[in-house]
Design a protein around this ligand. Structure first.
Ligand code: IDP
Ligand code: MG
Length: 132
């Protein structure tokens, strides 16, 4: 099974990429593809289009385009749910100990990482960044 991981601009800027990837590898997931890029406003709006009605949508797009991100495909047994588990809750103040967001997120918006929330969305999100 595969899932899409994004290390968001806050975590890249703070130099947390290596530490986050160590937590990913320690969980048993393999990083099978990696891309460094900066999202355009259009890409951010399209990627997060499911949230376009939310009050935080505009700010979320501004944040996600504020600097480089690392987009990775993770592979392993139960990859979607396993990665959601090691990421921790969306709001870092609700995240459990030893999760990526507990360790590295600063707010509900600047929360260090993205992970697909279902197998179906994982396929869509992987295709969004790795069409080839
Ligand atoms: P998830 O990333 O844990 O799946 P979603 O609800 O899908 O959380 O929200 C997508 C992203 O939007 C979050 O990771 C976070 O960056 C941002 N976000 C979610 N809820 C809020 C909020 O209430 N205020 C500001 N930003 C939010
Ligand atoms: Mg989500």
């Amino acid at each position: 099974e595969r899932t899409l991981s994004i290390i968001k601009p806050d975590a890249v800027k703070s130099g947390y990429v290596k530490s986050i990837n160590s937590m990913i590898k320690n969980s048993g997931l393999k990083i099978i593809k990696k891309k460094n890029l900066t999202l355009t406003k259009e890409q951010a709006a399209q990627f997060y289009s499911i949230h376009s009605d939310k009050p935080f949508f505009n700010e979320l797009c501004i944040f996600m385009t504020s600097g480089p991100i690392i987009v990775q495909i993770l592979e392993g047994e139960n990859a979607v749910d396993l990665y959601r588990k090691i990421m921790g809750a969306t709001n870092p103040s609700d995240a459990e100990e030893n999760t990526i967001r507990k360790e590295f997120a600063t707010s509900i918006q600047e929360n260090a990482v993205h992970g697909s929330d279902s197998k179906e969305n994982a396929i869509k999100e992987i295709n969004f960044f790795f069409k080839e």
